[in-house]
Design a protein around this ligand. Structure first.
Ligand code: ACO
Length: 431
């Protein structure tokens, strides 16, 4: 196993140490490159750049492996539930019964939104996009709880347990509040029930008809959230780390992560998948037209829910969700024509050389929307559901940044390709 990598540049030969991760991943430690040589590494999109060392999630995209704190996602999906996995992701170990109880109590005690904060909802137009509302309302948490959001790592870490529980619990409550507000329905007050049942109550209880928990629905929601709990240095998580590296508090860093999640190439893909499946259904097409358009290479026509920046193999979460779709729909006694279309589309794509040669397989978003639809969650809310699920991962990553005594502010460089120096000359007359 090499311990050094030799770089020959101009007339210099410099040796850089090789770092090896706990799963054998190798990286060249080039932190001194600019100082030693004056050169940068150009890595547009950071596809080959390790921006940090992290103990949270291991992802091997070539072999379709995903583990949180060492535990395979398949085992967590089968045996754990969202709140327990959230604890694992944030604190590094599965909770003892006492720790689980304490964490659950903190989530319940911090579920409600401050009455004054509820007024923020009213400032939005009824049809405001849910992700736009979510980013604003989550960032306002820093203003409502300034003692927990001091922008001083030492102080913020002293209150970390409370702030983390507040963030997870309130993001869940805010998402349900956004749904109620957009539909002109009265807000529900959180109840003393488990996390997922509380979400369903906040969403679906009506003044004279309390939501009655359905075990299959609770299980399916648990699974969806758990499968999104963390995913290494993706766009939103890297954003949380980048913003956090400036010393920004947890709430503010989370709001930045939610902004990053909203794009269609990231968290917005689950909504885009449903729109695509619906369009195929409405057109009475079998998907052939969409597949042909996707093969044109145009970004606008991509087969949504296919491909991944890191997986060059089946996304293990997609395999779990794909299977769960059938189970959930069967248990709820529902059928969904969009599920049939999705299966046909997947079959066609997986037998097409364009997708095979580019190693494009379904990702987690391909089937997750169909389960959420079966649970009664409207498409407009899908990306906000992703945000609830991803909150533990963002929190754990912020904590790693905040707790690292050797951490420095994230500040990539660029290769400037704009105009070279030129002198100012006034164009036309000033008005
Ligand atoms: N449909 C058709 N072609 C695709 C797709 C797709 N979904 N994804 C990638 N390709 C093609 C590209 O056009 C490119 O072709 P080329 O080599 O002929 O130029 C090749 O496959 C490689 O694509 P890249 O753009 O290099 O892949 P990248 O790693 O940059 O992008 C991404 C990954 C953004 C996820 C992409 O696959 C995509 O846009 N997928 C659809 C959106 C989606 O489902 N996003 C959710 C991601 S998972 C998540 O965030 C939870």
């Amino acid at each position: 196993m090499p311990t050094n990598a030799l770089l020959k540049i101009d007339d210099k030969e410099i040796s850089y140490p090789v770092i090896t991760g706990s799963e054998g991943e190798k990286a060249i430690d080039a932190r001194n490159l600019r100082k030693d040589t004056g050169y940068l590494f150009y890595d547009q999109g950071y596809g080959n750049t390790g921006s940090c060392e992290s103990c949270i999630t291991y992802l091997d995209g070539d072999n379709g492996i995903l583990r949180h704190r060492g535990y395979p996602i398949e085992q967590l999906a089968e045996q754990s539930e969202f709140v327990e996995t959230a604890y694992l992701v944030i604190y590094g170990e599965l909770p003892s019964p006492e720790q689980r109880k304490r964490f659950g109590t903190m989530l319940r005690e911090n579920a409600a939104i401050d009455t004054q904060m509820m007024r923020i909802f009213e400032g939005f137009p009824r049809g405001a996009p849910p992700m736009g509302m979510l980013t604003s309302i989550v960032s306002s948490l820093a203003a409502y709880y300034p003692h927990l959001a001091t922008n001083n790592f030492e102080k913020d870490l002293e209150n970390f347990d409370l702030t983390a529980a507040m963030a997870i619990s309130k993001i869940r409550t805010i998402v349900a509040g956004i749904y109620r507000y957009r539909h002109g329905l009265p807000f529900n007050y959180p109840k003393d029930v488990p996390f997922c049942d509380n979400f369903l109550h906040l969403m679906f209880s009506e003044p004279y008809k309390e939501y009655a928990a359905i075990p299959e629905v609770t299980r399916a929601l648990n699974l969806i959230l758990l499968l999104h709990a963390d995913h290494e240095q993706n766009c939103s998580t890297s954003t949380v780390r980048m913003v956090g590296s400036s010393g920004a508090n947890l709430f503010t860093s989370l709001a930045a992560g939610i902004c990053a999640l909203s794009g269609p190439l990231h968290g917005g893909a689950n909504t885009a998948v449903m729109q695509m499946l619906q369009a195929i259904h409405d057109e009475g097409d079998d998907g052939t037209r969409f597949i042909a358009a996707a093969k044109s290479g145009s970004k606008a026509n991509r087969l949504m829910g296919f491909g991944h920046a890191v997986y060059r193999n089946y996304d293990p979460r997609a395999r779990i969700i794909g299977h769960a779709c059938d189970v959930v729909l069967n248990k709820l006694g529902k059928t969904d024509p969009l599920l049939d279309i999705a299966k046909r589309l997947e079959h066609s794509a997986l037998n097409d050389d364009y997708f095979l040669s580019r190693k494009l397989y379904p990702n987690v978003d391909f089937y997750s929307g169909i389960i959420m639809r079966a649970l009664g969650i409207p498409t407009e809310l899908f990306t906000t559901m992703f945000a609830i699920g991803r909150s533990p991962g963002w929190i754990a990553n912020w904590k790693e940044v905040a707790s690292n005594p050797k951490g420095r502010i994230y500040r990539p460089r660029q290769v400037y390709v704009g105009p070279v120096k030129r002198d100012y000359v006034l164009i036309g007359k000033r008005g």
